[in-house]
Design a protein around this ligand. Sequence first.
Ligand code: HEM
Length: 391
Amino acid sequence: MPSSFAALPEPPCEVRAFGHLPEWGRAPLPLIEAGAEAARRAGGDVFRLRLGLPAVVGFSPAWNRRLLSDLETFVSAGSFSRVVPYLSGGVILSDVPEHAGRRGVLNPGFGRRAVLALQERVRRAVPAVPEGPFDALAWADGAVLRALNAAYFSGEADERLLHAFLAPLRRPFPVPAVPRPLLFRRMDGELRRLMDLRAREGGRDDLLGFLAGVPDGLLEARVSLAAAHDTTTHALAYALWQLALHPEWHRPEGHPWVLKEVLRLWPPGWMGSRRLARDVDWQGVRLPGGAVALYSPYLTGRDAALWPDPLAFRPHRWAAPPPAWAYLPFGGGERTCLGLHLAQSIILTVLEGLPPLRAHWGDARARPGITLGPAGPLVVQRRAQVSTAVP
Ligand code: HEM
């Protein structure tokens, strides 16, 4: 007989009546780390959170595999994405059987080969780094916006509107959850204008040109842009910072491992959510249908049982493949990030064109919002310049 959900370990909370909501709002990373510790002490790999509704968080490869492979039980409808209008729609919120059809249509446009064809225009769009000291986080933000404008719209989208559309996503909760009908209407108007241009004039082999030809293409464009920007910006900013701290890794052959290591330690998608479509027995515990089920690339990527010296930044560890279902910065299974190739291509293209950097000062502590990124700023400077400017 499975034991009840209430028997699951959980992290401490200050005021029992509020459950974990205050801690979740204030400092979710220490909360989930304490939860994982409680689960380990109890000999398990899941813990529960009380977030106004029952939630279960797991972090072992076995849990990740189950959650990411059993798409009939672990569904997106009713997950946290629904709370954020930016992410609430299109492929992100579709479920079996519709999801496979949507991905089948979208995958070719975002596949490795299609993204390779966009690389040159991305390279041309990336701005040069400033001459003096600059904030790598702010610079990455602008560079990724330009790169996405190039890849999606051949650089034709109104950059100020794009920036305004994406800005609320970067703010702490509840700002990203606030409905913004006017802003969304303006963005949709711009997407429609650019789609019409492609229909009328043709000749633009960019992502919007592809999306214009798929069902719900405008919605998929808007939702995927929202999924693309901060995730890619945060990963790029951490990569710039780490290269400034570890200049010996700043060479094109080293960059893929640097990026992998950045995404292991600071996965922008630090927590993925689903809803349980039915009761599930997990290692002797009955998880109730309707509960929120979460996996955490952050917890799994820092688990000492899976990674030697897990908190150390050691790109060299990527000489060997990671354990299965232990490295999930882009999720896994059929719902693996649609933009995986695009994000990697943008980041590696930017790194390739980057001069050697030196870290000045900054706050690289992880700050989790909709995506996880550095608290910032992260002030860096070209190396050659530093050696002439500072004797
Ligand atoms: C470093 C950058 C990125 C990271 C770390 C990242 C991370 C993720 C993760 C972890 C998931 C799975 C979420 C889950 O299982 O609930 C996901 C899904 C998704 N990502 Fe990304 N992402 C990045 C960039 C992008 C880009 C550039 C796009 C643009 C197309 C994108 C579009 C999407 C979409 C549409 C999904 C939903 C896929 C589905 O449900 O089938 N992402 N991403």
